[in-house]
Ligand binder design. Structure first.
Ligand code: HPA
Length: 272
């Protein structure tokens, strides 16, 4: 991703006249979050040369600049996954553009499979750490000593604590969010039951096909990261359910209003 494309994208976004300090990257099932923004201005990815051209249906591929309470935010609706290209750098230009525009915090969302009955389908989980089982990196080919970026506390502990508090302040029916380790597989096939048992042994609570590359890019760019999974199913072999993308989307849609309410509260309460 050329620095020129990042610069041109940053110029286009800045032309909207907003100054977001928080960006929210929406994964499967989290789309309704974008509809709740006040004063929205939409910029299609197609007008941003550092942003990916998206192939998958259901992803709009647009930045929505708007407000949540006292925060200006940039919401990214649409993500390129490593399973589309074989590389992990699909969102690199987009995240660098956000950093260039003054964004300080990247909030990521995704849909994931659950590895524990303590987090049944429909529940949400703050990611505390990840397992990069792919061994791909969006930083392969980068120069400079800062490529050796620390992945200790990649998911900002202070942001997580504030997020837990914000959710706890919500009413009864919304006031629960788990926390755990997210294991990244490239996909697009779902995992085997043996792979899921391996992840349980390794200490993961959730499994999915995104998020980890964006966290790596964001940390390299100096952004703080918070990530929330919406658990749409028990992972392979842990229930009788047959896994499919349609099932992921349907399950996410059923649980999204609670998840989105939590995310709004988390962003609103955030100190940036
Ligand atoms: N595995 C991987 N990715 C997913 C899953 C899963 O079970 N559910 C939603 N995204």
């Amino acid at each position: 991703m050329s620095p020129l494309a990042v610069e041109a994208s940053a110029r286009r976004l800045r032309a909207a006249g907003r100054q977001p300090r928080v960006a929210v990257l929406l994964g499967s099932g989290w789309g309704p979050f974008a509809q709740a923004l006040e004063d929205p201005i939409t910029v299609p990815y197609a007008e941003l040369p550092a942003f990916p051209a998206l192939q998958v249906g259901g992803h709009a591929g647009q930045v929505v600049l708007g407000r949540i309470g006292r925060h200006e935010v940039a919401v990214l609706a649409g993500r390129q996954h490593a399973y589309e290209t074989g590389t992990a750098d699909g969102m690199k230009g987009a995240i660098r553009t956000l950093a260039r525009c003054g964004v300080k915090v990247l909030v990521q969302t995704n849909a994931a499979g659950s590895l524990t009955h303590a987090l049944p389908p429909g529940s949400t989980m703050l990611i505390s750490d990840h397992l990069n089982l792919s061994q791909l990196s969006p930083l392969i080919g980068e120069g400079g000593d800062d490529r050796f970026v620390s992945m200790t506390e990649a998911y900002d502990p202070a942001l997580r604590a504030a997020a837990r508090d914000a959710v706890a302040r919500l009413g009864q029916e919304h006031a629960s969010i788990g926390e755990g380790v997210y294991a990244w597989f490239v996909g697009p096939q779902f995992e085997t039951p043996a792979e899921i048992r391996m992840c349980q042994v390794l200490g993961a609570q959730a499994v999915g096909m995104s998020t980890v590359p964006e966290t790596i890019v964001a940390r390299h760019a100096g952004l703080r990261v918070l990530a929330v999974s919406l658990l749409t199913n028990m992972a392979a072999g842990l229930s009788g359910e047959k896994l499919s993308h349609a099932h992921t989307l349907a399950s996410a849609a059923a649980a999204s209003s609670r998840a989105v309410a939590q995310l709004r509260a988390i962003v609103q309460a955030m100190e940036v």
